[in-house]
Design a protein around this ligand. Structure first.
Ligand SMILES: Cc1ncc(COP(=O)(O)O)c(C=O)c1O
Length: 424
């Protein structure tokens, strides 16, 4: 076993360490504005003022009016609030999603399916990008709602949401996008995007866990998922977490300032590209998802690989994650826990060709439904490895990773995988 200099965290798409300024902003807000923002006394007014300052700041970064931003508990709730909140105001019809949604979105879709909606998945091609050529046909009635993930968390694919949104607008169908992995890594001006609802969460951009937002375009309204005291303009009941909102606003300030300093581009991009180029020179290592040079591109902080042994046999991504942790690197594999959520959706209409059938997942329960939907075999779909970078990293932190990957593969070949370490 090679001694560790220090562990390196390469799992930003799972969550990120809160930035020191975020912790400070939360501590200050919790100390000074701890009251219930709905209270009419001075303490309450101070809390309400602090909350609204955070809302204005976040909304300004996203190019929307502050009253269009609904604080929720995170990306999962934002996705549920978007789909269920919109559907509550409609007759059941068809919901169109992509074949590579996050399990939280797929779970919300499954709820609608149980309520009489038809859920259909827009197929993706090999790189995980939705097939726009199928969109026109699938936008026909009875499609009433469309939701497509913007930045795919597992394979990094950026979906052509401007083209999708424009077609939805032309068809008069509301369009939601899950932008959880995108926010903080590129500028977003919702006023210029054909998007009706957008989900984001703070903890992917060095903000706190437990807060996110659903952003509504002008004129778009939802029924609340959670009723109660009329908070958030009646769109989400529950006493607002003023401290978390302050941390969220600070995290987005930091990300926006970083982008601004680098001409709108994520400064992680060159680091990622250098590491990826080195990794792709290793035998048995392939990229999944789009190449950074592809026109659609990929998330700038994201690398997703398929890893095989010396004989070309796919290795289990989960074993690699554990082995890499023993060599000092925190990474992740394709999300095996999402498989059950996908099974139901695989049986809907013509999505059958794009979404993995239950059989593949039964044969190989650790296969990633996202990689299966992209056309990989069950063994390949279990061999995914994801590295996702954050601003805490320098070039020096990444230099040892290719060697560590080779050691980890050697460990697996020697049969020492899976005895300790952490789950992926
Ligand atoms: C694309 C995407 N959507 C939604 C979520 C869920 O967000 P949260 O953990 O804030 O509920 C995640 C988190 O992994 C994600 O990557």
């Amino acid at each position: 076993m090679v001694p560790l200099a220090a562990e390196v965290y390469l799992d930003a798409c799972a969550t990120t360490p809160p930035a020191p300024a975020v912790l400070a902003a939360m501590a200050a807000a919790d100390a000074e504005a701890w009251a219930n923002p709905s209270s009419l006394h001075g303490y309450g007014l101070a809390a309400a003022e602090r909350l609204e300052r955070s809302r204005v700041s976040i909304a300004t970064h996203l190019g929307v009016e502050p009253d269009r931003l609904v604080f929720v508990s995170g990306g999962s709730e934002a996705n549920h609030a978007a789909l269920l909140g919109m559907a509550a105001r409609m007759q059941p019809g068809r919901l169109l999603i992509s074949a590579v949604e996050h399990p939280a979105l797929a779970a919300a879709a499954a709820r609608l399916q149980a309520r009489g909606w038809q859920v259909q998945a827009l197929p993706v091609e090999r790189r995980g990008v939705v097939r726009l050529d199928r969109l026109e046909e699938l936008l026909q009635p009875p499609t009433r709602l469309v939701s497509v993930i913007w930045g795919q968390s597992e394979v990094g694919a950026l979906q052509p949401i401007e083209a999708i949104g424009a077609r939805c607008r032309a068809a008069g169908v509301p369009f939601h996008t899950d932008a959880v992995q995108v926010v903080g890594h590129r500028g977003i001006d919702l006023g210029r995007l054909p998007v009706d609802l957008l989900s984001l969460t703070a903890h992917k951009l060095q903000g706190p866990r437990g807060i996110g937002a659903l952003v509504l375009a002008p004129g778009v309204e939802i029924d609340p998922l959670i009723g109660g005291g009329g908070q958030e303009g009646g769109r989400r009941g529950g006493t607002e977490p003023v401290g978390l909102a302050a941390g969220f606003a600070t995290a987005l300030d930091l990300a926006a300032a970083r982008l601004h300093r680098h001409g709108g581009l994520d400064p992680l991009l060159p680091l990622r590209n250098r590491l990826l180029a080195t990794l792709l020179k290793l035998e048995g290592v392939r990229l999944s998802g789009p190449h950074p040079a592809d026109p659609d591109g990929r998330l700038p902080h994201h690398i997703s690989l398929l890893v095989a042994d010396a004989a070309g046999r796919p290795l289990a991504g989960r074993d690699l994650v554990r082995a890499l942790w023993r060599h000092g690197y925190a990474v992740s594999s394709g999300s095996a826990c999402s498989s059950s959520a996908r099974k139901g959706l695989g049986r809907t209409g013509s999505s059958r060709t794009a979404v993995p059938d239950g059989e593949s997942l039964r044969l190989r329960p650790d296969a990633s439904p996202v990689l299966l939907a992209m056309g990989y075999s069950p063994d390949e779909a279990a061999s995914g490895l994801r590295l996702s970078l954050g601003p805490w990293l320098s070039q020096a932190d990444l230099e040892g990773f290719p060697a560590a990957l080779q050691w980890a593969r050697a460990d697996l070949a020697a049969g020492s995988a899976g005895v300790d370490g952490r789950a992926g």
